[in-house]
Design a protein around this ligand. Structure first.
Ligand SMILES: [Fe+2]
Length: 387
């Protein structure tokens, strides 16, 4: 196979993969029933070239569109409400969610809310989904190889009243199409390539370690881990390597499909640190991963060998696997401690209490107490600082 050739996949939603396929956006919109999409992205992506290119392709295809780019790195509930207002005022008939994790999550949450007069938190993942709902068609376009959430409606949104992040979604809102164009990720600088790619690696590992029999997600997790473990260091070292960019985009998509099974303690802690301190999601995950793996070790005994094999390791015991993960994180420039990314050392008890309420905590392979989660967070803080 080649990561440079166009491919069309239909699982779990239609996926158009291949370099240059952004040029097909107008026909994909029309196929989904859109004539006037609202493009939703994050503030950081608003001025990047792919937004102008996207708008130009839409105009060339005879489609109207407008841009809403008021989404923060950690998307907020008030920003989603503002996007819905623009959707209504502009008479839009669909949403193109484009960007990294935050841009796409913002777009997906706007699509969840645009036609429904309900509180956003009625769509919280662990609630019974509302029944009287209507959704505009949605197309997701990732511009980083990390979040992997382009095939689902799930979005992490900060509840500004409580300072907590919740996962919102609805089972009836599936993207009409996910467009994976590796050319869109070529401009991503090495540090963001590393942080977002590490997020994909954590998705694959955490999803695979979720207990239970789910061969579809487990297969996606191992193949996603195989691709990311091989190609992430190459994509970081050679940002212009289109084959590496394509493999990472495919790998992150697979890891994203895998976490339909659930995630684990890395994400549960990271969501709450992100909500409080606005740290970058993939970077926060990457720093937490080694400590969480060590905590979970007694409960993932049967998972380590398949993951180590997927990563191509000669030794497949836990210590070899753990050492390889740590070495890879250092190779791509991930710092060792939370303090190095701006997390204060007095937050562990509070973050632990919040993390336990995150839906990802419920699928962690090892049962959790607040005291244990606090210990994991403290271990990821600087070890020479009195706690
Ligand atoms: Fe993530």
């Amino acid at each position: 196979m080649s990561f440079l050739d166009p491919q069309d996949w239909t699982f779990p939603v239609p996926i158009a993969y291949g370099p240059g396929r952004l040029a097909e956006i107008a026909s994909l919109c029309e196929g989904a029933g859109m004539r006037n999409p609202l493009i939703v992205t994050d503030r950081g992506s608003a001025s990047l070239p792919f937004i102008d290119t996207l708008a130009a392709h839409l105009a060339k295809g005879g489609l109207k569109s407008a841009l809403y780019s008021g989404i923060s790195p950690n998307p907020r509930d008030d920003e989603i409400a503002a996007g819905c207002k623009i959707f209504a005022e502009g008479g839009h008939d669909g949403v193109i969610a484009i960007g990294g994790g935050s841009g796409m999550d913002g777009g997906k949450a706007v699509a969840l809310m645009a036609l429904n007069d309900l509180p956003l938190w009625d769509f919280e993942f662990e609630q019974t989904p509302p029944t009287e709902t209507h959704f505009p068609p949605l197309i997701c376009i990732p511009t980083t190889a990390g979040t992997g959430a382009e095939t689902e409606s799930t979005a992490m949104i900060t509840d500004t009243a409580q300072g907590v992040k919740w996962c919102v979604w609805h089972p009836d809102l599936k993207p009409a199409c996910a467009l994976l164009d590796p050319e869109l990720t070529l401009g991503l600088p090495p540090h963001l390539t590393a942080w977002t790619g590490a997020d994909a690696m954590v998705h694959a590992i955490e999803a695979y370690c979720v207990p239970g029999f789910h061969p579809l997600c487990d297969g996606a997790a191992l193949e996603g881990l195989r691709l990311v473990a091989h190609w992430l260091p190459i994509a970081v070292a050679e940002p212009g390597n289109l084959e590496a960019r394509g493999a990472m985009l495919a790998g992150s998509c697979l890891a994203g499909i895998a976490f339909l099974k659930g995630l684990g303690l890395v994400h549960a802690i990271s969501h709450m640190i992100g909500a409080e301190y606005d740290t970058q999601h993939g970077l926060t995950n990457a720093v937490l991963l080694p400590e969480v793996l060590r905590f979970n070790a007694p409960n993932i005994d049967d998972k380590v060998t398949p993951m180590a094999q997927a990563m191509g390791l000669a030794s497949t015991d836990f210590e070899s696997f753990h050492a390889h993960i740590e070495a890879m994180l250092r190779q791509i420039g991930i710092p060792k401690t939370l303090s190095e990314i701006g997390v204060p050392d007095d937050c562990a008890a509070r973050i632990a209490e919040k993390a336990l309420k995150d839906s990802a905590a419920g699928t962690n392979p090892r049962p959790l107490t607040a005291a244990e989660v606090q210990t994991v967070i403290e271990a990821a803080l600087p070890k020479d600082t009195p706690l």
